[in-house]
Design a protein around this ligand. Sequence first.
Ligand code: ATP
Length: 523
Amino acid sequence: MRRVLLYSPPMSKEQSQQLFQEIISHCKEYGFIFPSSEIYDGLSAVYDYGPYGAELKKNIQDYWWRAMVQLHENIVGIDAAIFMHPKTWKASGHVDAFMDPLIDNKDSKKRYRADVLIEDALAKMEEKIEKEVEKGQKKFGDAFDRDKFLATNPNVLRIKEKINAYQERFKKALDENNLAELKQIIVDLEIACEVSGSKNWTDVRQFNLMFSTEVGSVADEASTIYLRPETAQGIFVNFLQVQRTARQKIPFGIAQVGKAFRNEIVARQFIFRTREFEQMEMQFFVRPGTEMEWYEYWKQERMKWHRSLGFSPERLQYFDHIKLAHYANAAVDIQYQFPFGFKEIEGIHSRTDYDLKNHQELSGKKLQYFDPDTNESYIPYVVETSVGLNRTFLAVICNAYRTELLDDGSERVVLSLPPFLAPVQIAVFPLVKKDGLPEKAKEIFSELRWDLRVFYEEKDSIGKRYRRQDAIGTPYCITIDHQTLTDNTVTLRDRDTMKQERISIDRLKTIVADKVDWKKGLQ
Ligand code: ATP
């Protein structure tokens, strides 16, 4: 059967936006993600995961846990509380330095992150280079040499020079925390508000991203606590207890999955940037001086993991930070190409001994490790891998979503999820609701569900039932028909190829279990 994708690259900006809107609607319609408290008209940038979304999110989380904890004898997991002693956030630097620069448009009253406005404006200038390339391609046809064009075309060189100059100013302003210069760059780039269209800006101000609340009944300074803005600190303050109780030797890692909260100035792009989200973090403790080797190691390993989710190499890229976080001496993002562009899904940071040293100082408790190999005590250095569970979820959905035009003129929407992540791995259908077929199908369903995520349905035509499973990403469906009752075989239908084959029920579990095995992703 011929299949044509309705959205194929290269896509225009409008097409990408339309595709993204379709993905958001699809998530709602098929029970993946709902806007929070929708009966009260929702709460901006807050979302709930429905039956299939909760399942998919859990499967991604389990897959990460298996890859990090189960497959590494020197990585162990913990589950620390969200609330921590307030001094934790003083020591970690978050009270003083976890800020974003914000700016308001005086006419629309809309609030922006100053750094994001500048980044977006520079990205638009990069797009101009691509436009020049397109023009060149048209002009020179087959003889077009992209590299030569980029290196010699006067228009391209002029734009590049302008971008470089702005980037240098931008980096310097961020490094020096120079808010006046950030505002000046916005003015010089002639950035206008997308709502009012005006360039009437306030000054740039710093904004702390931590949510605070009071614990207990008396509100004084001592009772102010924070919702953790990262899960990492729960790992640092427990580091020595974990090392001792798990009998680990350096180098070793501690992994954790949990909620984090940031009062983002602008939460947007569906679940990409929300104020409540989940992180899957692993802090790897190493001997000082070896951190860059481990940083490189984890950079590669984590990219392999993302590829194992079925993302094609051209949709993933590394992006070196322009400004390092207050705790890092090296940092790189792994970015995925969403319909709205390449954006970070994971950060890999070399955090030095910044956190442990500060916790040792502020708590007055030694956080040193005695190294039996070198007979010395030291505060370890840390390499962190921190991936957003919700952003990975969004990347998995965007990667899997497609609309196909079939030979008969109909359209089908399919989520080509990796089988080991799919909320339902196999759906069981009796062809008709009579002649003993439902009984036989239920028997098979009851048997399979001990090992697989199975769904049973007997309502509607087989075609409709297939389409519904395609839309939630179920990789396999089996149909029980009259022949089943005589020769104990069923038809097994593959979601992606839509091909059907007849197989014996005795072999069913082994065949499907092999196809959906999570190990396939990582081996
Ligand atoms: P960004 O630059 O996008 O704000 P970040 O560099 O501050 O992200 P990190 O502190 O490195 O992010 O956090 C690690 C991971 O946590 C990110 O790669 C991302 O996947 C996830 N994350 C961070 N902030 C959010 C958020 N507001 N909503 C959803 N996920 C987030």
